[in-house]
Design a protein around this ligand. Structure first.
Ligand SMILES: Oc1cc(-c2ccc(F)cc2)cc2cccnc12
Ligand SMILES: [Mg+2]
Length: 214
């Protein structure tokens, strides 16, 4: 039967990227998406914004919602200090399988734990299952109708501390209007918008960075 787009992306990484070299994995995926098949990775333009926020925060605990094929997982993991606890959640088991192989090709398998399941089910398990107290940095890049319920879940589960940074992809395209309204109007967050473009296109998109004020 016909392969899937994530499987074809994995093949491109295995063919074109150097094992143990995260930069070459990132470049191979971006090349595949620009020249072969568009895919919903955060991409190079928004990926640079992600890099700068991760570097600025220098987190000890990281959560990513929406692993997909592991592109942003590799971007984040390559920047983390040794001993950082990094968890990424993915709902689709086929994506989990591809992501683990792409992350392993980059040599970053010991830096991150890929967990299969829905964010709504897994977020309340973070403390007991993974020994997390609070997250220093959270990257939201899953289904847009989950952004608002999940940020409320973080608050309810006591997973945020004064200064926790949340970065959300796709707040314009596909869009997360209720999430934007919440973080921009809540006195508990300081928010800033980073204009960019939808990965590998000229369409408008952007990322929202929100700092929890406690
Ligand atoms: O970066 C993303 C982009 C899109 C997307 C799909 C089709 C479009 F026509 C436009 C945008 C979906 C995502 C779903 C989850 C996480 N990221 C996404
Ligand atoms: Mg995205």
């Amino acid at each position: 039967t016909r392969s899937t787009r994530p499987q074809r992306m994995l093949k491109a990484v295995q063919k074109n990227a150097t094992k143990g070299n995260p930069e070459s994995v990132i470049s191979a995926i971006d090349y595949f998406c620009k020249h072969s098949e568009w895919a919903m990775n955060v991409g190079d333009e928004k990926g640079s914004i992600l890099d700068s926020v991760v570097t600025e925060v220098n987190p000890s605990t990281v959560l990513e919602l929406g692993t997909y094929c592991g592109y942003s997982t590799v971007r984040i993991a390559r920047l983390l200090s040794p001993g950082t606890k990094f968890i990424t959640l993915e709902f689709n088991p086929a994506n989990v399988t591809v992501a683990r192989q792409i992350i392993a090709h980059a040599g970053l398998q010991d830096k991150v734990t890929v967990v299969e399941g829905s964010s709504g089910d897994l977020i309340p398990q973070m403390k007991e299952r993974f020994g997390i107290t609070t997250f220093d940095f959270i990257f939201l890049d899953h289904w847009k109708d989950r952004y608002l319920p999940d940020i409320k879940l973080f608050e309810e589960c006591g997973l945020l501390r004064k200064g926790s940074v949340l970065l959300a992809d796709n707040v314009i395209c596909p869009g997360a209007p209720e999430y934007l309204e919440y973080v921009r109007n809540s006195p508990r967050y300081e928010s800033r918008y980073y204009p960019a473009h939808l990965e590998y296109t000229t369409l408008e998109d952007g990322m929202e960075k929100s700092v929890f004020l406690g």
